[in-house]
Ligand binder design. Structure first.
Ligand SMILES: CC(=O)N[C@H]1[C@@H](OP(=O)(O)O)O[C@H](CO)[C@@H](O)[C@@H]1O
Ligand SMILES: [Mg+2]
Length: 543
């Protein structure tokens, strides 16, 4: 490790003195102007992680659903997963080191993690479409990552524009010796499209021609990548893209985050009653569906209902095949109470709750033969253990009749999921395939259960760390008295549930409340916000 060369090069990407940023739930994220040194240093860290694991490591430059002027970066571990927690700490230390401390911090990581510096390193990069008013943001920032990689002698491949889940897929492919698929955009498009076409060709065309869906791409990378992929699956589905980045701004009044949090359609989407529509977020790892009814009312179908559709379908297939595999659904505290009840009582699958952030859900889902996980906001996928995948693919060839058909359907569904990360394009194709196979309309899907009315609010406090939680964030431990106050407030309403937690991506405290009516959910959320404001050091306007 030529520390002298690293220090010299680092001056080109000098860290603003005193600037401290933390590797959070989704990597580093802030105003793009403050990220140059972070990018260079994440290039360095990716090389060390690659040497330590003897595997290809991914670096994705994106700020997902954040406003256009922001940017961010996250590292992708060997199996396409989020970076291991101990390395998140190294990332924070490295990002916070002042220039003169850089050699010491790097040496400490090498020692602590027993990195063999003689190992070769390989890093793959992807980036979204972000530009700032004056210059490309993601493109320039990914050059800084490359600078970090090369100064430490690492090799790299820059994929250029990719969705976040596509980069996760590439990393997984490269480290699984081709077992998972071909590590190219073409390989990705072919693997998913082949599975989708196999699935949908069994559906008898009921005279209404090709199925179609309207997709809001949040003016982000999803538009480019969906356009690129659409010809591969066009015989099974036609997509009409809105907010493709040619007119509007990234994530502005559109995209999955906007639609879910505002519970209204994105700007620019032309909705006819009963038509299936969906929205991706800015880096295409989240998806939500929606439609409007004949009276013009908007209906949101969020991650919880997506998880329900997927897990019931998988359960039905297993029943048909005659295999009793251990299937589990993983949610967070934000999952609508109706969805949890429906999954447990009607679908009869065990449901688990983890802390917010996909890495927690992903990790829990790996414990099952088949683990389905979704955050309410639409980020999720399904994971199949290697043994299950091998078994189902064998059964698909061996079994005949209805059992064989079900096994082949499941084998294709396994290929259609991106098992490295939640993926809007892959999830959309899974959903479209299931709806087609089951002959369900979007309204029938929506009618599986009725969401409990709910409300999310934010409160600003002096220091959000005064709030600590337990029981997968459903109970507040500190400050004293807060949980008692919330529990007392909940008693006033029917079917009420409320919790608070400090956000991992914004400097705020989030409040969630649900109850039997919208009025009750709104007023419970408001009362809980006030309790947070009073007991946890609220600042600014009183809720
Ligand atoms: C309530 C909510 O939607 N929280 C989001 C949000 O995290 P917060 O820690 O709540 O800010 O961003 C995360 C990263 O994208 C995502 O995983 C999570 O679900
Ligand atoms: Mg995202």
């Amino acid at each position: 490790m030529d520390l002298e060369a690293v220090c010299k090069r680092s001056l080109v990407h000098a860290k603003p003195q005193g600037l401290i940023l933390q590797y959070g739930t989704a990597g580093f994220r802030t105003d793009a102007q403050h990220l140059d040194h972070i990018m260079f240093r994440m290039g360095l860290l990716a090389v060390l992680r690659s040497k330590q694991t003897g595997s290809t490591i991914g670096v994705m430059v994106t700020a997902s659903h954040n406003p256009e002027e922001d940017n961010g970066v996250k590292l992708v571990d060997p199996l396409g997963e989020m970076l291991a927690p101990s390395w998140e700490e190294h990332a924070t230390c490295l990002a916070s080191a002042e220039e003169q401390d850089l050699p010491r911090v790097l040496a400490a990581i090498v020692e602590k993690e027993a990195v063999d510096l003689l190992q070769t390193a390989f890093v793959v990069l992807g980036r979204d479409t972000r530009v700032t008013a004056f210059r490309p943001s993601s493109e320039k920032l990914s050059q800084s990552v490359i600078d970090g990689v090369t100064v430490l002698g690492g090799q790299f491949h820059d994929y250029g524009l990719l969705t976040t889940p596509q980069l996760h897929y590439m990393v997984y492919c490269r480290n699984s010796g081709g077992r998972y698929g071909l590590a190219t955009v073409e390989g990705y498009c072919q693997k998913l499209s082949k599975a989708f076409i196999e699935l949908t060709k069994q559906v008898s065309c009921s005279g209404d021609g090709t199925r179609s869906v309207k997709v809001d791409c949040a003016n982000g990378i999803g538009a480019l990548k969906l356009k690129e992929m659409a010809p591969y699956f066009s015989q099974g589905l036609s997509v009409q893209i809105f907010n493709d980045g040619t007119g509007g701004r990234l994530n502005h009044l559109c995209g999955a985050d906007f639609v879910k949090s505002q519970q209204k359609p994105p700007r620019g989407m032309e909705m006819e009653p009963g038509e299936r529509c969906c929205s991706f977020d800015g880096d295409a790892d989240r998806i939500v569906y929606y439609y409007c009814d004949a009276a013009g009312h908007f209906h949101l179908i969020d991650g919880d209902k997506i998880a329900t559709l997927i897990s019931s379908f998988l359960k039905e297939l297993l029943l048909e095949i005659g295999e009793s595999l251990n299937i589990g659904v993983v949610q967070t505290a934000y999952a609508n109470g109706s969805s949890t009840r429906y999954l447990e009582e009607v679908v009869k699958v065990p449901v688990y709750c983890t802390k917010t952030g996909v890495k927690h859900l992903h990790h829990k889902a790996q414990e099952f033969d088949i683990g389905v996980y979704f955050e309410a906001n639409g980020h999720g996928t399904a994971l199949f253990s290697e043994a299950v995948e091998v078994k189902i693919k064998r059964l698909a060839q061996e079994l005949e009749g209805e059992k064989g058909k079900a096994a082949r359907t499941l084998a294709n569904i396994i290929d259609l999921f991106n098992q490295a990360a939640g993926d809007a394009i892959s999830d959309m194709l899974v959903i479209e395939a299931i709806l087609a196979l089951k002959g369900l309309t979007v309204q029938q899907w929506d009618a599986l259960y009725v969401d409990l009315p709910n409300r999310q609010l934010k409160v600003k406090v002096v220091d959000r760390r005064v709030i600590s939680t337990t029981d997968a964030e459903r109970q507040a431990v500190t400050p004293p008295g807060l949980q008692e106050a919330i529990s007392d407030l909940m008693k006033k309403y029917k079917l009420a549930r409320a919790f608070v937690r400090p956000s991992g991506t914004e400097d705020i405290v989030r409040i969630y409340a649900e109850a039997n009516s919208q009025e009750s959910a709104d007023s419970l959320a408001c009362e809980v916000s006030l309790a947070v404001f009073q007991l946890a050091g609220g600042i600014g306007e009183r809720p």
